[in-house]
Design a protein. Structure first.
Length: 120
């Protein structure tokens, strides 16, 4: 079963940011600093961390071999008019990723339906 979440960009809490998870506002269960950038994750021996953050201009291809162990992928939207983040989410789901897929950054409320449709 897919789980989805959208980070609330206006959260003022540093230690426990809030997000929308399955339609409800919740505290983020991932500790600050535990979600690694793609570059940091690739540099770790054995890809030890199971939470990875992709920028929308980074293809998810390097994650494909480890999809079974990755628990969280955050895709950061830096521009709401750039559709690559939607494509990356769909590609991850098509490759069999069943973990939590989270959208972060600059997207519009009007895009929530499309986020859900793409696998977020």
């Amino acid at each position: 079963m897919y789980t989805s979440a959208w980070e609330l960009p206006l959260s003022r809490s540093v230690s426990m940011p809030e997000l929308i998870h399955n339609g409800a506002i919740e505290k983020d269960r991932w500790p600050p600093g535990h979600i690694k950038t793609l570059e940091q994750w690739l540099a770790l021996p054995g890809h030890a961390f199971t939470a990875v953050r992709l920028e929308q201009d980074e293809p998810p291809t390097p994650l494909f071999e480890d999809l079974a162990v990755i628990q969280l992928v955050v895709i950061n939207f830096t521009n709401f008019m750039d559709g690559r983040a939607f494509s990356h989410a769909r590609e991850l789901r098509d490759k069999g990723y069943t973990g939590e897929l989270r959208a972060s950054g600059k997207f519009l409320v009007d895009q929530l339906h499309y986020l859900k449709r793409c696998g977020f």
